[in-house]
Design a protein around this ligand. Sequence first.
Ligand code: ADP
Length: 272
Amino acid sequence: MAAPYLAIFLCYYFLIPYRLIIENRKTWELTEKNRLLVQVEELKNNFISMMSHDLKTPLARIQGMSDIVQREGPDLNTKQKEALLNIRASSEDLLNFISSILNFSRIESQGVELHLQSRDINNLIKEVVKKLEFAAKIKNIELILELEPLFSIQVDGDLVKQVISNLIENAIKYSTEGSKVLITTEEKEGFVVLQVADQGLGISSEDLPNIFMKFFRSKAAKASPIKGSGIGLYLAHYFVSLHKGRIFVESTLGQGSTFTVELPITPAIPAN
Ligand code: ADP
């Protein structure tokens, strides 16, 4: 008869309080861990932006100085001119790298707000291509545009331009001299489909699944002298998904790659 009372007594005074203490402790530990993680993330972001800023200033000075020597300096011999060009190019690479890290850490910490406007993707492509024509010309790469007339769609023009720019820049960067880059657009099943196809380095089937991951660079890219940070495609993927679109790649190592971006048309607004 006394056994049930004893059980209730034990439950009430020992088991339940014990379980409550354990659960509270777990919640407290999780909150504490979370607070620490937020602090570490903040510290990391502050550190990156401080470092990047502090590195940018002396680098800009190096570039300025080498420009002055190149312009106004005494007659330099070929070797010296080459060295100066090398200084200029390396500091340009480093500055680009720092800018992309800075931009990236800002996006990671603050996120991105979409500013949707009615834009014709073909016009965005033409704006980007105009800026990259020179880079293509230096490598004797032909940029071919095959753009179908499109309806304007609601997109954040700046972000979509960053995506297009990254894809075309990569196509130029990872292609050999004298090759072709084909940029096409069409409307298909409720999407504007944009493709950038090159005949360049290509990506192995082993590396393909990781290509949109943060800081990822393919084995072939790392083995080549081509510089990069592995941030561009990660951001392109992020920006496209903010638009509820898709980005993917088909590629064969040593033969070339085709990147495809699909952006939803709805709500469609007729182009002017
Ligand atoms: P990166 O600054 O390294 O070019 P991205 O994020 O733009 O960074 O690209 C990630 C990686 O994807 C590159 O390092 C390269 O290995 C691969 N990649 C991207 N575009 C191409 C391309 N057109 N051809 C071959 N590889 C590419």
